[in-house]
Design a protein around this ligand. Sequence first.
Ligand code: F58
Length: 832
Amino acid sequence: LSLDAIDLQDRCELSNRTGMDSETLKRAFLNNLFYVQGKFPALATTNDYYMALAYTVRDRLLQRWINTAATYTELGSRTVAYFSAEFLMGPHLGNNLINLGIYDQVEQGMAELGLSLDELQEEEEEPGLGNGGLGRLAACYLDSLATLDIPSLGYGIRYEFGIFDQDIRDGWQVERTDKWLSAGNPWEIARPEWSVEIKLGGHTEHYTDDHGNYRSRWVPDQVVKGIPYDTPILGYQTNTANTLRLWTAEAPESFDFRSFNSGDYLGAVYEKMISENISKVLYPNDDSSQGKQLRLTQQFFFVSCSLQDMIRILHGQNLPLENFHKKFAVQLNDTHPAISVVELMRLLIDHHQMDWEQAWTITHQTFAYTNHTLLPEALERWPIELFGSLLPRHLELIYEINQRFLDEVRIKFPDDEERMIRMSLIDESGERYVRMAHLACVGSHAINGVAALHTELLQKDVLRDFYEMYPHKFTNKTNGVTPRRFMVLSNSQLSKLITSKIGDSWIKNLKELQQLEQFVDDAGFQVEWRRIKQHSKTELATYIQNNNNITVDPDSLFDIQAKRFHEYKRQHLSLLHIVTLYNRIKANPDIEITPRTFIFGGKAAPGYFMAKLIIKLINSVGNVVNRDPDVRGRLKVVFLKDYNVKLAQRIYPAADLSEQISTAGKEASGTGNMKFALNGALTIGTLDGANVEIREEVGEENFFLFGLTTEEVYHKRAHGYRSRDYYHTNAELKLAIDRIASGFFSQGDAELFRPLVDDLLNQDQYFLFADYASYIACQDQVAAVYKDQTKWTRMSILNAARMGKFSSDRSIEDYCRDIWKVEPVNVELRQC
Ligand code: F58
């Protein structure tokens, strides 16, 4: 088809689909309402308006998207493929408006039509295709990759149901399925023409090929189809729009009913249902591995789809398969996609007849592995039986990879049988398992942790043998967050204040925030800074009033912990602080106390009893404290239900104090800590994860540090930690625990919180009691500083000003330079 017949300019203008001025946008919006939603305004719902606006924005994206794809194809650009089982994108509309640079025009245009852009944004169901930090990191990285003009693809799974919606009933978490697709998704385009087939189960057969080589072939007993759905990922103020490609599982046509001549209609429908289960639901576990067959199937499904898709792209650009690792750099977001090491080997050897050595060179030059956890229960391993029944050919290949790998180990460390046993890809200490982290380490040319301390601990502890074997593979890549979503979009007032002082280039170069330091003692600037924080707190207070029916005072210190619920993150340490303050008031109602609002948000894994009990305890303590007349409103405890990206965007701007209080050595990095500080919150935290680096950047005088160090924790554990000793020697701790144990917060029911209390008294795996005194002393200091608002504001400004390092742009630049070896590609707009 020749498009030249139509003048380029005409095509752009006729369609009204590219113009960015307010009038054109309004016209396009009304057009879409009519032609896409099929409504005229009198009958249109808020969702119709949202959809019409989303399509208006999508048209502007499409122009950039198509030109980006055309440019990469023509240039055959080296491309990053980010493999992740999770992408926690958050709502697209606002972010796309920011990145297109038309937020204000659209807001004004909508207002002229009598519509509120805020309300339309609220209408969007966010794609919650992730659990927490790991999935959100993937989303920040896609934003930065596009903003930095790096050719890239995100590959993952299009779960029909994302992370569950959280309800609170009688103080307990209740899960509801997340039907995010029910109103349609205007941001994606299905590409059925690029579907691929995936094999599962069955057995292998051995044969000798025409050249006399001994070969293996996989005879599966199930085939499913993967259908790609593409979402454009636009960078900030650039033409680059990369692709997030998520796979949906379907039954292949060959399972068509007609081919079932036996007339087994129900059987055929059953097969179809089983196939579609693969992409049905996101596993809602944060930091623990479950070992379920469906989970391994999901992992293999998206990895195989993606690798086949990449081979298709390579062939489409007339590049030979031998160049796979030159065309693509694949990042494995934790071990969830680690099976790709074996799948690429299989595709190269079995499908493309490559010899082992060449296939292995290509494979390990292709992959790099990011580790996100030190928790032993989160390290993935698959029982051999389960693995072999689903992926029989892959198990054979793993044995072969392992044999060759152990030969290398033997050469480097002769006569060290123990080391071989520790490093083997197969755990043979009891029931046999495939160790996915070992596979990822062996099959990758680079291995990284996500914060300096985390990488150090990987090298010293969790992956020590691999560090000794391959020291050159290890690097640190400290996490980062995107300032577009977590400042410009979610805190527009603060962003505009900053821009009025130092210009707007900080948005793409976050280090420039440092220039704010010159205004740190400027009284006028301080007043503005405080006014904006106060404004955000007032807005959150309104949200709390509407959703929780609790009145909170925007002048009180907003002390916030928002993250997944896990014992190592120690939400219950903050609870012990709340109960302690409450006890002080009960002992002396006239005690001088800094008014505080404690705000919690976060989901617990549905099967994680202790985490759910902690949520219940927060709500129970809140019910007592919030109503006790002696408290006189000086303490409030709020649990915000259904913490997600949307809610996070309301929370960060409103925080005075950010709680980052995990047991040292447990939180790989944390990224919420960065978003809070960027928005001017001060941190109370341990020397864990990225806290260490945040404190280094902002200065120790601007950070509230408490608690044991990682080494002290190790030492205590090694020498028999007894939490009960702390209970007996610290009167305030004893009183707090006794109050909870007595049933004071549970209407006299002394059984309800017993599992929690008993665990703390007898185990206390996460050292709450050991850190309690230091935490309380530190919180007392926080309260004292908050009374001096000038000092607090100064610290707040310095925190934000010194957060430049924690932009995901910096992280991505580090990956590009040290691991991916990939360069930016400039995209020009040529076609409409
Ligand atoms: C998180 N991991 C780390 N895992 O806990 C956090 O410290 C870090 O900042 C973040 O990654 C980004 O590097 C995490 O979120 C998961 O959610 C997995 C989901 C799948 C099952 C195992 C846990």
